[in-house]
Design a protein around this ligand. Structure first.
Ligand code: MIG
Length: 754
């Protein structure tokens, strides 16, 4: 029975859509965001502005509250929250009464000045996944983490914290799933039973409220969908950013950039993107070009364009203190920089020397920042790499007396990179006049997917880091960030040729495919590793380009549902406990139906766990029975990659960059399976926002193995496909493969025999 709007019991009242409970210790406010999402905010002193950097939804306009046996119960239909108004203990249940999660009865929430800690019951079989970019195993049980965005130079497989903050995890026990997003930007702590009696886990913050969103949907994928509904999803990235990207700290001159780009074309290694790291600037002054080494940026960009390359340039937040520098003068004049508590500008040292730091929390500062990109967009740059935005200053410890607007650093450090990326995205989107910018950031907070892709910072050239990278990418995917990548080859140190090749193979199956290395390391370009290795690298990069129609459709799916492109097996198989086994935890699905098993460069045979069902080895077409561990060959030229029976994978001919049209034939690769399967094919111009106005091309492809038919539904959307024909490529259970004759692609439904 819903409570009347004015109903007031002894301890609780409902004011419009908010349940308010006052205890001796604190006040709790509860809102319902959807039947499966309830927000709880407990505080001693609410900030009535109630802003969030992450959440883009509003609560529902009503809330249903009843009193049962002294408990205040919020019932959403799908979820029941039972609150003890005296102790402020909260417990969440499914609609059929199954307990999901709640406060530990002994402690619940405890305050220590402005700090709070919250203790929560832990079941014996509890598992936890999530928190985004965090080292350690897939199952976080027994691990503890801190969120405090840090320039984690030389981080190792145990370093914490790293660059980003995602206070969101998914818990599992029995057959139940739940999620919890603690939307608090202070330094926060999560201890998943690492340092307790195994009866509880806990989380804490150095300030702010115990402000969390509880997700009660059943299924990991459902919770990710709800979480990304709440915090937003990415827009479609420019197609070129899904191609191969070549970076280095630094290509030192326009001449060198062009030479490297030219070599890709000469050696017929597909690639789309070149990068300029910090040395393109004049004295590391952001939004400038070095007058000698990059004399004519437009000429360089024109030439790159002719070769089918895009350029991404780096920007750091630190603005050099220099009276001859526009951004410095603007910033001083308009008061755009962060200050100490006494009102003086904060000064820290980074690449340019002494710097001030833009106050990205202010809309006018973001606007100014965004406009400054014209120095890069005018000559033709379309990709913007946001580095050092933890923020980083030499020495790492920006004093706590620094303020951004009226907020102390301690409160908002974790969202500095988020706000910088927001300014970059909004600004460059305007400047590019309808074209999609590519934005990449190192520091981030929950919700970053709305503005930017992310990479995992300064990793190292060793096998452990390569495997860790797979876990970081998969974990970022759980927290709603799809467009992710690592420095392929490892940033610091020098990979062996074998590691370089292996890492490149894995890069094919990473949303962002970028080769990058630190200054002073050996050259990393594909031709630096000997003839044989170059061949393997070329073959793998070609594979990536052939997969682009599949990958682009997967990005579309991700933009629609929030499901990541790289998916830990825990998403589709949360209760298949093999997926958490340390031997198999790095495995992931690349899109709906490609399973990738990362392997160290020194290992030539590995154990792979294939979930229930039938599988095929991608490279050979050999059929394999799932639900078991197999020993897979892993020669350097053939990373263990598998496809699900029934998989429909649209592919294309090899092109040297996404700007090439190719042969116009869409190849539908299908691996025979027992059941009817479906794939939603998606295409648009890959460059503009016209898809948001209907200029897309979408159709459902269905494979019916009994009738031996492949059908393409009528096209939805007004875009004309870049493909003229469609060709079935059928992989049969006996390992044979049949390439059918191409058919003209028409917009009406198509039925093809196979
Ligand atoms: O202090 O711009 O993580 O990718 O090459 C190092 C130079 C600054 C750190 C980034 C790295 C980049 C490097 N930057």
């Amino acid at each position: 029975m819903p409570a009347k709007a004015t109903k007031k019991t002894q301890d609780s009242e409902v004011k419009s859509n908010c349940l308010i409970i006052k205890s001796a210790q604190a006040e709790a406010r509860v809102w319902v965001y959807s039947p499966t999402i309830i927000r709880v905010n407990i505080s001693k002193k609410f900030n009535e502005a109630d802003e969030s950097f992450a959440v883009i939804q509003q609560p529902k306009t009503n809330i249903s509250v009843v009193e049962i046996d002294g408990l205040t119960v919020v019932d959403t239909g799908a979820l029941a929250l039972k609150i003890n108004p005296q102790t402020l203990h909260f417990n969440f249940y499914t609609s059929d009464g199954c307990w999901l999660d709640g406060d530990d009865e002994r402690f619940g929430t405890v305050w220590d000045g402005d700090k709070w800690s919250n203790y929560r019951k832990m079941q014996p079989d509890a598992r936890f996944i999530g928190l985004g970019e965090k080292v350690g195993p897939l199952d976080r049980r027994g691990q503890a983490y801190v969120n405090w965005n840090t320039d984690a130079v030389d981080y190792g497989p145990k370093t914490d914290p790293l660059y980003k903050t995602f206070p969101f995890f998914i818990g599992l026990h029995g057959r139940e799933t739940y999620g919890l997003f603690m939307d608090n930007t202070h330094k926060t702590y999560f201890d998943f039973g690492a340092s307790t009696d195994h009866k509880m886990y806990w989380m804490a913050a150095d300030g702010g409220d115990l402000n969390y969103y509880f997700f009660g949907a059943q299924g990991v994928a459902q919770i990710i969908q709800d979480y990304t509904w709440l915090t937003g999803r990415m827009e479609m990235p420019p197609l070129w950013s899904l191609g191969y990207q070549q970076c280095r700290w630094s290509y030192m001159s326009a001449k060198e950039v062009l030479k490297v780009a030219g070599k890709f074309r000469k050696r017929k290694i597909p690639a789309d993107v070149m990068y300029c790291d910090i040395d393109y600037m004049d004295g590391y002054k952001i939004f400038t070009w070095n007058k000698e080494t990059f004399k004519d940026p437009k000429a360089m960009l024109d030439e790159l364009k002719q070769m089918g390359f895009k350029l991404v340039t780096i920007v750091d937040p630190g603005i050099k203190i220099d009276r001859t520098y526009k951004q410095y003068n603007d910033g001083i004049e308009k008061n755009y920089f962060a200050k100490y508590v006494n009102g003086d500008q904060y000064t820290g040292e980074v690449w340019p020397g002494r710097c001030h730091f833009p106050d990205f929390y202010r809309a006018d500062v973001r606007e100014w920042w965004g406009k400054s990109f014209s120095a890069l967009t005018e000559p033709g740059v379309e990709g913007f790499w946001n580095d050092m935005n933890e923020p980083a200053a030499w020495g790492q410890h920006i004093p706590p007396i620094v303020k951004f607007g009226d907020r102390p650093l301690s409160e908002v450090r974790n969202v500095y990179g988020h706000q910088m990326s927001r300014g970059t995205y909004d600004g460059t989107k305007k400047l590019l006049n309808g074209k999609r910018p590519f934005v990449l950031t190192r520091a981030a907070y929950a919700g970053i997917q709305r503005y930017s892709a992310v990479w995992t910072g300064d990793n190292t050239a060793n096998d452990a880091h390569m495997l860790l990278g797979a876990r970081l990418v998969n974990s970022l995917g759980i927290t709603g960030v799809s467009f992710t990548g690592v420095d392929i080859g490892g940033f610091s140190g020098n990979p062996t040729p074998e590691l370089m090749v292996r890492w490149n193979s894995l890069g094919v199956y990473t949303p962002m495919f970028r080769n990058h290395a630190m200054i002073g390391t050996v050259r990393r370009e594909p031709w630096e590793w000997g003839k044989e290795n170059e061949k393997i690298i070329r073959k793998d990069i070609e594979q990536r380009y052939q997969l682009l129609p599949y990958l682009y459709s997967m990005f579309y799916q991700s933009a629609q549902t929030g499901l990541p492109v790289c998916r830990t097996l825990a998403i589709a198989h949360p209760f298949d406990f093999n997926v958490y086994n340390e031997v198999y935890q790095n495995q992931f699905l690349f899109g709906d139906s490609i399973l990738v098993a990362p392997v160290e460069s020194t290992v030539k045979k590995i154990k792979v766990y294939l979930p229930q069902g039938k599988w095929y080895r991608f490279s050979t077409g050999d059929a394999i029975k799932g639900g078991d561990v197999i020993k897979a060959d892993a020669p350097l030229a053939d990373l263990p990659v598998f496809v699900k029976a029934g998989a429909i994978i649209p592919m294309q001919s090899i092109v040297q960059s996404t700007s090439e049209p190719g042969d116009g034939i869409l190849e539908l690769h299908i691996w025979d399976g027992p059941q009817t399967t479906e794939f939603v094919y998606y295409e648009d111009d890959g460059a503009t926002y016209d898809y948001q106005k209907g200029a897309f091309y979408k159709r459902t492809i269905t494979f019916n193995p009994v009738q031996r038919l492949v059908t393409l539904s009528a096209v939805v959307g007004a875009f004309v496909s870049r493909f003229k024909q469609v060709r079935l490529m059928i992989h049969h259970t006996d390992g044979s493969f049949k390439k059918h004759k191409p058919h003209d692609l028409v917009n009406e439904p198509m039925v093809l025999k196979c």
